[in-house]
Design a protein around this ligand. Structure first.
Ligand code: COA
Length: 708
């Protein structure tokens, strides 16, 4: 680990440590931290600080940091809150460079605590120190050169290659205990506490090029700086996997229904989009995170999605196969030569196609022989080895066979040992040999799919941001014009001007105040036409009977205007005006939009329009800035993509048009942060090569005076 910041170095790999508030009471936190430091074998000196004690745990104690015989790199602070400011001053005076503040009672307790926390932050920063916490469980670094367990955890951490940061201290104990139990070794563990000084982003940067850490795990409750998180994780995830559990789902989803985009966006989709774009693997539970982390930490990545399953029982193999297929893995029939080779070494009753079912009589030798074939066969990218322990079979020999196969590290091997007689010793032996062991077939398959998911992230093209030639001045003038008129919602002509300036193909639309004007407009445009009602606050036009399509002559236009006026008459507002457009035929209706998350900033939305957005909510979001690769991924990741791709013989939609429209909207939103919401609904996409069109769109600006 080589953080450039010496304060960070003092926090993560100090050469000497003082425990301020090292208590004489054996069941206190301060005492436990001192004990953990000593028993874990910290490689430098440890000094207890306690004004009341001569020695603690047989180590000479000092009354304050100022009286230490030499400066220390790190002070772990475990004194009551009222004492903390004086301790920080002492630390500054004695040349301490890092603080881990365990003490609680800050922001998490309310406004008074928040003030105390702000004061603590200023004091720490003013003194040039770096700080983990407050309100945290401490820091662990298992590097043999450091061996620091500056936590009060009861579990002795297992050394390994995972970097774990947790925003919850309470979960820390469970994290360390479970990680040790399943064989997931920890290189560094940081309980972040209130993240008052050291942030998760700082740690990610410190771990980015740390060769001891090959998988980064995060338990998050909030994002301090999503933009920086995005910039760092985009880089880090190309080098090592980053897994995150994010809890704390907020109620921001309920927004004013100005637009579909606004009502569908919310904090959760923003978090999902952020992680997806940056290559962070978002996990739904700690359980899932541990399962995948173990596989990532210990096994090579699969090159492709073809998995072989070796088993001694049919049922679990079927479950594993189903779970693989559900997650995009294939369980292909093995090549003839491999089947022939397996037939030679397995019982005649065995099935050798894949899953390879050796039946219950398979012993260690059979597992070894089958694995010898399967680890070499071309066209297999990963192996799942299942073992249901029959009473007659020596599980330890089976485990040894798998361990021997794993040594070659040609492709990932994940194992699932089931049954009472599995033998804890065998499982332990597998784990020690770096082979992840799962209890259920589905978990094993899910972890294998996770390995492939990360491999795909590493292979992802970087992509380029949009840089179309646009008429920025015209867009600026349009927005200024609306502002000058005191409007936040743009009028139809302004919407057309704004989107048109950024090359979004808005179909020609004429406004008409009366039926007669509508007929005039229709003749100018040419029949057939569409007539729509236009009134303040009217969003769901077709639901309200305010859209009449395929009108072929003046009489039909006049009738349509009367019907629309009648349909909207109940709303109490002034009589509606009308919009007349050419009739667009064919193509698919899609929706493209922009919304603004208060924390994450502009979010683009894409999905299939009409019923798909109303009922199925089949939409995806991405944060800005967006690249061409991400725009394409947006189009391809909606559930209804097969419809655009020409399912059941339908015409293939012009994907390039959609990608370009997303990028153009992204460029517009990036250029004008005051754009609060845009709803292009529908955006019609034609067959490949034929033109698409913005048929209806709404644009709203952020409230005047809001600082964007
Ligand atoms: N310098 C050095 N030692 C000091 C001190 C100072 N300024 N002031 C007090 N001490 C000593 C005390 O003498 C005591 O030692 P003793 O037991 O040998 O007498 C020890 O420090 C602890 O002080 P005490 O007043 O007994 O506090 P405590 O142990 O009850 O509580 C905390 C201290 C930090 C644990 C408590 O304030 C706290 O914040 N608890 C919550 C911690 C937490 O949950 N953190 C988040 C985890 S996820």
């Amino acid at each position: 680990m080589s953080p450039a910041d010496p304060g960070l170095d003092a926090l993560l790999r100090p050469r000497s440590i003082a425990v301020v508030g090292a208590s004489r009471r054996s069941h206190s936190i301060g005492h436990q931290i001192l004990r953990n430091l000593v028993t874990f074998g910290f490689t430098g000196p440890v000094y207890p600080i306690n004004p009341e004690a001569g020695s603690i745990l047989s180590i000479r104690a000092y009354p304050s940091l100022r009286e230490l015989p030499e400066p220390v790199d790190l002070a772990v602070v475990v004194v009551p809150r009222r004492e903390v400011p004086a301790v920080v001053d002492d630390a500054v005076a004695r040349g301490v460079r890092g603080l881990v503040v365990i003490t609680a009672g800050y922001r998490e307790t309310g406004p008074e605590g928040a003030c105390a926390e702000a004061e603590l932050r200023d004091r720490v920063r003013g003194g040039g120190l770096r700080m983990v916490g407050p309100n945290c469980m401490g820091v662990i670094n298992t590097d043999p050169e450091v061996r620091m367990n500056a936590t009060f955890a009861a579990t002795t951490p297992l050394a390994g290659t995972a970097g774990f940061m947790s925003q919850s201290g309470a979960l820390g104990e469970m994290i360390l205990a479970h990680a040790a139990q399943i064989g997931l070794g920890i290189a560094c563990f940081v309980s972040m506490g209130n993240k008052t000084d050291l942030s998760g982003n700082d740690l990610l940067e410190a771990w980015e090029d740390d060769p001891r850490i090959n998988v980064v795990l995060m338990y998050l409750e909030s994002f301090g700086n999503p933009t920086r998180f995005a910039a760092i994780t985009r880089r880090v995830t190309r080098k090592k996997p980053v897994l995150a559990v994010k809890s704390g789902r907020s109620a921001q989803g309920a927004r004013a229904a100005f637009s579909h985009t606004g009502s569908l966006a919310g904090a959760e989709v923003a978090v999902d989009s952020l992680m997806e774009q940056c290559g962070v693997l978002r996990m739904r539970s700690l359980h899932e995170m541990f399962d995948l982390a173990t596989a990532l930490a210990l096994q090579p990545l699969p090159r492709g999605n073809r998995i072989a399953i070796l088993t001694n029982a049919g049922g679990p193999a079927i479950m594993a196969t189903d779970a693989c297929v559900e997650r995009g893995l294939e369980v292909p029939e093995l090549p003839d030569e491999a089947q022939a080779a397996l037939r030679k070494v397995l019982a005649p009753e065995a099935s050798v196609r894949n899953p390879v079912d050796m039946i219950a009589s398979a012993d260690g030798a059979r597992y070894a022989a089958a694995l010898d074939v399967l680890t070499r066969v071309e066209g297999i990218d990963g192996l799942i080895v299942l073992f249901v322990s029959p009473i007659t079979i020596n599980a330890a020999e089976v485990a040894q066979a798998i361990i021997a196969a794993g040594r070659a590290r040609r492709r990932p091997i994940l194992t699932c040992f089931m049954g009472k007689e599995q033998g804890a010793a065998s499982v332990e032996a597998l784990r020690q040999a770096g082979l992840p062991v799962y209890l259920f077939p589905e978990e094993t398959a899910r972890a294998m799919a996770g390995l492939l998911r990360y491999q795909r992230i590493r292979e992802r093209e970087a992509g380029k941001p949009a840089a179309f030639a646009v008429d920025r001045a015209r867009a600026r003038a349009t927005l200024d014009g609306a502002r000058a008129a005191g409007r936040e919602t743009l009028e139809t002509a302004e919407v057309a001007a704004l989107l048109g300036a950024y090359g979004l193909p808005v179909i020609p639309t004429r406004a008409a105040r009366t039926g007669a004007e509508a007929i005039e407009a229709a003749s100018a445009i040419g029949y057939p036409v569409v007539v729509k009602g236009d009134a303040e606050g009217l969003v769901h036009k077709s639901d309200r009977g305010a859209v009449k399509v395929d009108l072929r002559n003046g009489d039909e236009v006049a009738l349509a205007c009367r019907d629309i006026a009648a349909a909207l008459a109940g709303s109490g507002g002034p009589a509606p005006s009308f919009l007349v457009q050419p009739m667009v035929r064919g193509g698919h209706e899609t929706i493209l939009g922009l919304s603004h998350d208060p924390q994450f900033g502009p979010l683009l939305m894409f999905g299939l329009g009409g019923i798909f957005v109303e009922v199925m909510k089949d939409v995806v979001f991405r944060l800005l800035p967006i690249t061409d690769v991400e725009a394409r991924a947006m189009v391809r990741s909606i559930r209804g993509y097969p419809i655009l791709a020409g399912a059941r013989g339908g015409p293939r939609a012009d994907e390039a048009f959609l990608v370009e429209a997303i990028l153009r909207l992204g460029q517009l939103a990036g250029d004008f942060p005051e754009l609060e919401q845009i709803d292009i609904n529908p955006l019609i996409v034609g067959a490949e090569g034929s033109p698409g069109a913005v048929v209806d769109a709404r644009v709203r600006l952020a409230a005047a005076g809001s600082h964007r």
